[in-house]
Design a protein around this ligand. Structure first.
Ligand code: GLN
Length: 490
């Protein structure tokens, strides 16, 4: 049940399977293992069945169907789907049902995809392990004692475990790529502005981007083609035309120039097994005719600190709307001020409060220049360094994360240790670039990811470089062996 979208679409088109059969298979998979993995905050199979049947009916009649017709998918629970709860894995939005669809959801449904559930995440996408969910932990399908990564951990676990053909996630500082790396699948963060953010619950608005978590690079190309494109409802969304991202995948990459930033490669936090797999990946690329050169990107040393000023600043402003008045949790009190205070105190978890406090501090009149303004200046330096590098190179490659999936509970009491797991992914968001994580190895049965970052709006070139590696290696073919929930455990 972990076949990629490209194969399943063909099977649907040729009549080898039906949307209904595919949905039933997905449902029994979910019934079998979800009690162990816990990828979903809620599932929606009963609404999905009539849609699948309708799709089969149209296909039989020979009606033209969208490219995702009958494909069961999952959506991170910070992306609005009309009528389904959108909780952001937070108490404050626990009972919120959006009255509208996110633009990406409109596009996926127009292409025929069928949403089977909303996936667990770190509360408001703040975290790297999905342990900040207010509801429960999601487990890594490769080892149930380990985290799936985060914040899109539910989406990554669902795809890796065969509970959805693909899923959408959001990436503010690595939340698509790092869980993809931990769960052994493909995760693509598109260029900032390539995909509409309308209907994505805002965290850091200048950093957030929606993207796919898939089982293959080609699948990522197919899904990006569906969700990308201009949206008048998001003023930061680009008007550039959307190319066919699958068209050039097969082209060879001889002469392609790859750069490895020393600052990240030499980071002492990088585990030996990760470094080894990464070195192997460099050799694979060289064998494919690409060149790999180590370069220095000094500003990267400051990227993490800069992110933890800018992202909380934006979050503190974005989260002001949860006041117990307009929507979400309300804890009654005698005065308006006490009601707002009680609602936010009860509704937000510890990490979210930490971010709000940091955010209002760095934006306060006395500290704005010292922190927020400085961080914005460093952000410009990071962007400049990327621009310089892209004058000479086609892509920048690093491991996606310094480690493999860590144990549940290992870092949850140490925020700084948790923040360090995004050291490789965060610089990319600062510059708004497209970046992909693909499987490049295993250590003690746990997947390792390779991160490739490309030029702005050149996802097609980035996907080609990723595809060449995938075709030359076998890592993406391995599947986790998830034990079923036994009858006695149910
Ligand atoms: N882990 C990072 C954070 O906690 C990034 C999260 C994300 O990309 N949404 O902010």
């Amino acid at each position: 049940m972990t076949l990629p979208l490209e194969i399943l679409s063909e099977a649907l088109q040729s009549g080898d399977t039906s949307a209904e059969a595919l949905l039933s298979a997905m449902r029994s998979r979910v019934d079998n293992i979800e009690g162990k993995v816990r990828a979903f905050v809620n599932t929606h199979f009963s609404e999905a069945y009539p849609k699948a049947k309708h799709m089969d009916h149209l296909r039989k009649k020979g009606e033209p169907l969208g490219s995702l017709a009958g494909i069961p998918i999952a959506i991170k629970d910070n992306i609005c789907v009309k009528g389904m709860p959108t909780t952001c894995s937070s108490e404050i939005l626990k009972n919120y049902r959006p009255p509208y669809n996110a633009t990406v959801v409109e596009k996926l449904e127009a292409a025929g995809a069928i949403i089977v559930g909303k996936t667990n995440m770190d509360e408001f996408a703040m975290g790297s392990s999905t342990e900040n969910s207010a509801f429960f932990n999601t487990r890594n399908p490769w080892n149930l004692e380990r985290v799936p990564g985060g914040s899109s951990g539910g989406s990554a676990a669902a795809v890796a475990a065969g509970e959805a053909v693909f899923a959408l996630g959001s990436d503010t500082g690595g939340s698509i790529r790092q869980p993809a790396s931990f769960c052994g699948i493909v995760g693509l963060k598109p260029t900032y502005g390539r995909v509409s953010r309308y209907g994505l619950v805002a965290f850091g608005s200048s950093l957030d981007q929606i993207g796919p978590l898939t089982r293959s690079v080609k699948d990522a190309a197919i899904v990006l083609g569906v969700i990308a494109g201009h949206d008048p409802k998001d003023s930061t969304c680009s008007t550039l035309p959307v190319p066919d991202y699958t068209a050039g995948l097969n082209k060879d990459i001889r002469g392609c120039k790859l750069a490895v930033p020393k600052e990240l490669y030499e980071n002492p936090g990088v585990e030996e097994s990760v470094r080894k797999s990464f070195d192997e990946a460099l050799k694979t690329y060289q064998a494919l005719g690409a060149s790999c050169e180590f370069i220095s990107m000094k500003s990267f040393d400051y990227a993490l600190s800069t992110y933890y000023v800018i992202a909380p600043a934006e979050a503190s402003s974005n989260l002001e709307r949860y006041d117990g008045v307009r929507y979400g949790l309300r804890v009654p009190a005698d005065t308006l001020k006490a009601m707002i205070c009680n609602s936010r105190s009860k509704g937000f978890g510890q990490e979210v409060k930490r971010r709000i406090l940091t955010g209002v501090f760095v934006l306060s009149a006395g500290y704005y220049d010292a922190y927020y303004l400085k961080a914005q200046q460093v952000r410009t330096l990071i962007t400049r360094e990327y621009n310089e590098a892209f004058k000479r190179f086609d892509a920048i490659i690093t491991p996606t994360a310094p480690t493999v999936a860590f144990e549940i509970g290992e870092k949850s009491s140490d925020p700084i240790a948790m923040y360090l797991s995004d050291i490789m992914t965060i610089p990319v968001n600062m510059a708004g670039l497209p970046s992909i994580s693909i499987p490049c190895g295993f250590s003690a049965g746990l997947p390792i990811g390779l991160q490739i970052t490309g030029k702005a709006f050149e996802e097609a070139a980035l996907l080609k470089i990723a595809y060449a590696f995938e075709q030359a290696t076998e890592y993406h073919k391995k599947e986790p062996d998830v034990p079923s929930v036994s009858a006695s455990e149910e």
